[in-house]
Write a protein that binds this ligand. Sequence first.
Ligand code: GTP
Length: 415
Amino acid sequence: MTEAATRQAPKVAKKKLQGYVGFANYPNQVHRRSVKKGFNFTLMVVGEAGIGKSTLINTLFNTRVFPDKDESTIGETRRGVEISSMSAEIQENGVRLRLTVVDTPGFGDSINNDDCWQPILENIESRFDAYLTQENRVNRSKISDNRIHALIYLIKPTGHALRAIDIEFMKRMHTKVNLIPVITKSDTLTQDELVGFKSRIIADINYHGIQIFKPQWESFEDPEVINENKDMLSKIPFAVIGSDKIIEKPDGNRVRGRLYPWGIIEVENEKHNDFIKLRKMLVCTHMEELKDVTDSILYENHRSQKLVTMGHEQDNTVFREYNPTAQMEEERSVHEARMSKMESEMTAVFQQKVQEKESKLKQSEEELYARHKEMKQVLEKQRQELEEKKKRLDSQTRPITPLDKKQKKGLFNLS
Ligand code: GTP
């Protein structure tokens, strides 16, 4: 079959089952296998110094992913952007998650922040390249996925709109990573300020054509899930607060939050901020989608661009509509071409064999003739020798004549 024929999408007919088969259990098999293997997730967090990166990540995963800060280093100025990563294996109900958080200290901290996005972009791309190299190895059994699955970009709670650095950064990153813009320290803004701030951010994002990660719900049939996703989408960009403190409320309940003279602002209270929504999307409901988009869209784009720049040609063959008559016709002509090729190959082989036989026969005929000639010469020689011998013998054994007798008796006077 030709390449085109093998690429044809098979026609799939919908059939009704007559009874129990058991493949409905397949998701459970995948679940068991995944739980056994564990998961990995790599999250990058970008925002300027003191914006609340470490507090937010520690709050999100309810563990000290970021180590406690050395008091003497707080506020230290850095020369350019550094990239550092921290990994932690966390477990929840027997499910293991290997979480890697990539921090980017120094981002936006310089007087001149031109190109401060560059080391971050390079880091994201180098992780794609490392994955591509592993994929191209002969043994691909141990591919480690260190690609960035999501990037939380922390927006300063200015209450105005996006700053030039925010727009520039997101424009550079949106085709390389799942962007999740998040407003930090939302407790510093009033409810009204926050509403206006969010709508201006969305307007800026749309105006600049920036693609941010949005939860998808089209594929779900459950109305509850659809509503949950719609609600999640309406809160984007999430405005969150972070805290590593547990505070006791007047009613005795202990909550994670920030204590102010006027009261407590709770991290896990949906009326106070969008932290719960962010954590739900990132961890509970869309972690797999973030990984899937990274693999099937962002990495795929990077991979194909890379291969094209390396000189590989893009295969633009498209699937054709299934047409049984055309397929049979194509298969028949392919078969005929193959048969006629076989026939001409067989004829060529046969002719070659005949030629070989003929030349062998000719050679042996020549050899026989040469031997015959040689034998003839030998026999002729032998015949001549015998002839000679006979003559000699004849001359020795001839009958005694009267002359001989006279000679013997001396009757002849020879004088
Ligand atoms: P660098 O490591 O220097 O880049 O800082 P960072 O971005 O990791 O910020 P960090 O989490 O250390 O927070 C800096 C300060 O902001 C700390 O004093 C936090 O307590 C405070 N902070 C963090 N989150 C919030 C928040 O949601 N609201 C308020 N008001 N303050 C916060």
